[in-house]
Design a protein around this ligand. Structure first.
Ligand SMILES: NC(=O)c1ccc[n+]([C@@H]2O[C@H](COP(=O)([O-])OP(=O)(O)OC[C@H]3O[C@@H](n4cnc5c(N)ncnc54)[C@H](O)[C@@H]3O)[C@@H](O)[C@H]2O)c1
Length: 345
């Protein structure tokens, strides 16, 4: 894991919201590896206890909705830093159902910032999204471009960014937004049309189904292996000069969906064929990050390249994913989704 390579930092008490999700569970792993004390808060709506099972409970779990002020207050109590990952991370889902997307993306961010301020938390690192850029024509995307969100999801993520910036300016909280670009890796869900494209392609290819490409497949993405995102967050925990800036976190290379499918077909020995469907509303055409600010502000540069990340993700799907899918099914059958109210898990 990337974080293990960094210098051993001063241990902090860190809250990870959405810590039972895909990215959140990797963050918990990276934090524990560096010796930090970790609390997770998650409503288990898309996250799963199974994502954290391998960590043997070396952290505290609070189950609840962080848009509820009382849950947020309990979650931040005694914490020094917050890594805020909780959201409903899907463009398509936000178009079908915008209010939950807004509540989890924007409202929850404000509720948490306020709780963090009142509790004396010193640092707040927010999971932003490259979707805030929309189809801004200039590539690579630089943080000083005027945002142009194309979906309710992106609007909510942008609203969260503004709150994060304002809490630094008005209250002196050390805050930063990390704008993630198309993150992929082990434990990313592949079981719904809202899942990330790499997880869906791998699952379809392994099952002998044709992956679906929306549009002509020439759209491109800056696919970012999850260890790079963990690395950026760990750097943000210790970086000086956090004043609410928004910073790209990516790999700095763009890959078309066609090229992605070809790479996966090569690795799996399956044909690189796909079923074409209409382009999806709200999807951006091209995405590529400029990483200069991430370098100067955080000392970030990607540690794991796309090909290595893809091979690690495939290896996980081939080995751990079947047992993981069984465990998820048991998890769901046991009714551990969307538990409320908050309480230690
Ligand atoms: N995966 C990507 O490519 C990507 C790209 C850009 C930004 N992001 C951002 O990264 C973060 C994590 O995304 P992910 O891909 O790991 O998704 P995920 O769905 O796996 O994780 C989100 C987690 O938040 C939890 N959650 C949702 N609403 C909550 C609420 N109100 N209270 C408490 N918990 C709640 C879910 O149960 C889940 O565990 C999100 O903020 C997302 O917007 C992800």
């Amino acid at each position: 894991m990337s974080g293990a390579r960094a210098r051993k930092p001063t241990p902090f008490r860190v809250l990870v919201t959405g810590g039972a999700g895909f990215i959140g569970s990797h963050l918990v792993e990276g934090l524990l590896r560096q010796g930090h004390r970790v609390r997770v808060v998650d409503d288990l709506s898309t996250g799963r206890r199974e994502n954290l099972a391998h960590l043997d409970g070396g952290f505290e779990l609070v189950v609840g909705d962080v848009a509820e002020p009382e849950v947020a207050r309990r979650a931040v109590s005694g914490m020094e830093a917050v890594l805020h990952e909780a959201a409903v991370p899907s463009v398509a889902r936000s178009i079908a159902s915008p209010l939950p997307s807004h509540r989890a993306g924007a409202t929850a961010t404000l509720v948490l910032l306020e709780a963090a301020r009142l509790a004396g938390v010193s640092r707040f690192v927010y999971a932003g999204s490259s979707s805030v850029y929309g189809n801004t024509p200039r590539l690579p995307k630089r943080e000083d471009a005027t945002p142009c969100p194309l979906s309710p999801y992106a609007v909510a993520k942008l609203a969260g960014e503004h709150y994060v910036r304002v809490y630094a300016a008005v209250h002196g909280l050390q805050t930063v937004t990390l704008r993630y670009f198309n993150v992929f890796g082990p434990r990313q869900r592949a079981d719904s049309p809202y899942s990330g494209v790499i997880a869906r392609f791998i699952t379809d290819l392994s099952a002998g189904r044709l992956p679906v490409i929306h549009g002509d497949g020439r759209q491109s993405r800056d696919f970012t292996y999850v260890d790079n995102v963990v690395h950026a967050n760990l750097l943000a925990l210790g970086a000086p000069g956090l004043l609410g800036q928004a910073v790209n976190v990516a790999s700095g290379r763009r890959i078309t969906l066609r090229a992605l499918l070809q790479a996966l077909a090569r690795e799996t020995g399956r044909p690189a064929a796909a079923r074409r469907e209409l382009p999806r509303p709200g999807d951006v055409r091209h995405s590529l990050a400029d990483l200069s600010l991430a370098g100067t502000l955080l000392g970030y540069r990607p540690l794991v390249d796309f090909e290595t990340g893809l091979r690690r993700t495939l290896a996980w799907h081939q080995s751990a994913a079947p047992a993981y899918a069984d465990a998820l099914r048991r998890d769901v059958e046991a009714g551990s989704t969307g538990e409320r109210p908050a309480g230690p898990g």
